[in-house]
Design a protein around this ligand. Sequence first.
Ligand code: GLC
Length: 776
Amino acid sequence: MRILNDNKLMLEGDENILITFLGENVVNFKIYRRLEPKYRVTDIESIRKVKVHISKRDDRIFAGDGRINITYNLKKQAFKLSCNNIDFCAHNVILSNKKYFIHIMWKKEYIYGLGEKAVKFNRRGLCLRLLNMDPSVYRVNDDPLYLNIPFLLMIGENFSYGFFLNTIRESIFDLCHNNNDKIVVESHGLEANYYIIFGRSPIDVIREYTKLVGRAPLPPLWALGYHQSRAPFPPIFPIKILIGGYKNEKNILKVAEEFRKRKIPCDVIYLDIDYMDDFKPFTWHPKRFKNYRYMLKKLNRMGFKVVTIIDPYIKYEPQSLMFKKYLEKNFFVKRDDEVFIGYGWPGKTVFPDFTREEVREWWAQLHKDLLESGVSGIWNDMNEPTFNVRLFGKKDFSGVRFYAGSLDEFRNIYANLMAIATWNAFKLFKKNKRPYILSRSGYAGIQKYAAVWTGDNISNWSHLRLSISMILSLGLCGLPFVGADIGGWAKIMTKKPYFAKCTPELFARWIQLGIFYPLCRSHSMIFSQEPWVFGQNVENIAKKYIRLRYRLIPYIYSLFWEHTQNGMPIMRPLFLYYPEDDRSHRDDEFLLGPFMLIAPVLERGSRSRVVYLPSQVWYDYWSMKKYEGGVISVKAPLDTIPIFIRSGAIIPTQPVLNYIGERMVDVTLEIYPGNGSFTLYEDDGITINSKYSLTKIINYMRGDKWNVIIERRRGEYNPRRKLYVYFRGIEEAEKILVNDKSVRPIELRRDGFIIDLGDNIKDIKINLSSIKLLGK
Ligand code: GLC
């Protein structure tokens, strides 16, 4: 083995081994007969270099920087890795005729990752496939689905590590399925290229992993509001009839008016395929959407943003001059040497070859009219890609290929490339405004361009439950902006269960949970799932929770900013904070940010819930009852989702709005007894390089004194808003001092009081003394 430079080692032989140390926590391995310079998800070579030493004893080579040490056994051709003297990862690689296998020893219990999977949250014992495809409505345990990510997060007793397979090709992960203590990763190609990421805790691993593949930029603020969508029955038969859906301008405006009339906040309305002429992307139906520009203006004036669906195809129209022109330019996916003709909603379609840059540029141009006439976001659907939507269509795609290579090789990256093309459209036609793209398919890195949702789920209780682990898993894999169709999408299916229904109870439970999804969208096939269609009681429940979502926007937005800093997801599994607590490895509860623990009711008819609280103090959000951790049982009538707040929490909130940006709003920091800190992030919420400001808040208690420090706003963004503090869980304080001056609460509440701080352009120190906490 020789050192190529400070952080790179090389061992040449029949099979070459190239090891690169990328800073303190990441090592990249390339084991190859021939390097494959083609497309990879990431190609980072230098995250702060380190200096590596090597030595050899008998048939072992030792390499390391003092912190990470690698032992390579020449006879067994196997690696052992340790970090800070903790054994991490023993593995070996077998290259075999255009395939390779990576064997990783793993005796421990927890294996997470691989992106969007409809299987159990801890993947141990499963064998999963990573190939993007359209399951056309999925059931629990179906695999694979639309979006796959070859990243694993393994959690041991006092360490965690990440494994990222750096290929865009199909792979198979046997996760201790065939062998109880071995993970076997199999993929194609002549080069096995992977990263091993070391961490004390899973949070460390996520930070490093997202540095490698990239993090999501801040979304436009309006995208954190409530989204409403509805689909027609998809035309899977050759006859194109429209059943359900919003259908025309009148219906859409009516839905928008209902939201405002009923005072249910809503920011975004989606137009599914029924806005198009003959389901052709980039067209409007000449009759049903004759005055679309007027409709868009009107909706925008009412405070709605409109997102239109775009499928990745062009109708096969050999007589059209335009079509011929792009056909001649080789803009479409081919089968052998001919253009490949598949079936989309309009019938025969051809698929843009997004592996070509010219095609991505052309596709971006096609968005001009949409984006200039008032559409604010683009919804990329069917981008696995789905080559044949017909019910009895043939599914043989042999010989299908892209300019850059075969379908097998490039399929997984198709959606990312489509999202890049769409992103370019925003750059062209929306200038400095933040793009909003929603994508169904994707691969590692899709978060840099798009939010995603978990595709065509079913309106039933098992999908309500499944949505949690799916969103959590995507979050662990670097995708913060994720949602599942609230209420469930599918009602009629070609496989069992043939029929499903979103009942009023299911909708009530789903909306209570869904307002905590990073992406909060209700979408449904054929039948309406607007918050008011399930009767007055459920409407009130939906309204209560959507309003709560709007109150939490400053908190949620700050979490999105946090993701840009350290890659943390918005919706977090409990084990991120309590990795050594076995009971925190669960998916029937989760945390929104660091402070809010949500324990949704997931069973029909249930009006109570058993909740596990990790060992520390928690407050019931509704009653302010204090808990010390452990297993508890709480009441959960239909209008209540159990929520617990971690002691010391600081949760920035705002007043309810009909839509984001309706007016300038003040911020109220909800502060809970205990110790904690949080950074409030603010900016204009719209432009890409907006000025921003950060306000750090520190909360701590000493004896009968409660102190809060609010540091002066840092940064150039100066919102004209006021700041309030709502101390919760306190009965009284003898003295309230703000920067040593005595103040009085402006409002007394059943469980605390509110004080007014004006703006926070200077440091603020709040001291409460001789306090009496609630229930003491
Ligand atoms: C796909 C999408 C779904 C959409 C439908 C019609 O099934 O996943 O959300 O409503 O196509 O466009």
